[in-house]
Write a protein that binds this ligand. Sequence first.
Ligand SMILES: [Zn+2]
Length: 131
Amino acid sequence: MNRQDLIDELVESIRSLGVDFRAVEHLDAIAVINPTKNVGAYDTYRATPKVIAHEYFHKLDGHKRRRFENDVRCSQERDCNEQATEFLWEIFIREGGSIEYSQLFLEISGCDDYWLQRILPINPYSSLAMG
Ligand SMILES: [Zn+2]
C-alpha cells in the first residue's frame, strides 16, 4: 500500500460521489469538504490518506455543517475519524498487510495510534505483554 496510490484512490472515490474535490498547493485546513454544495479541496503536500478518508465520510454520512477539524467533543468528527481508520485498515489488510505491521500502516495512512487500537479486534501490543 503506497501513500500516493491510496490518496489517488480516495480522491477518485470522493469525486465519484459528485464532489468537485480539488488538489491545491496550500490549504490551512489541510482538507475540507462541503457535502451540501459538493465542493472540497485538499493540500497536496500535507494531506494524508486519513485526512482525505475523513472528508469522504463527511460526504457519505451527509453531514451538513462544517465543524472544527480537531474538535474531539464533536461526534461527527469522532465518527469520521473512526470510519476513516476502519476503512483504511480494511484496505491495508486487503492489500496483504497484517497486525504485525500496524506501525507501517500508521506511517502510510496518517491514522492515529489511538484510533487503530480502538478498532483492532486484538490490541497490537498485547502479544508483547504475553511474550
Ligand atoms: Zn471533519
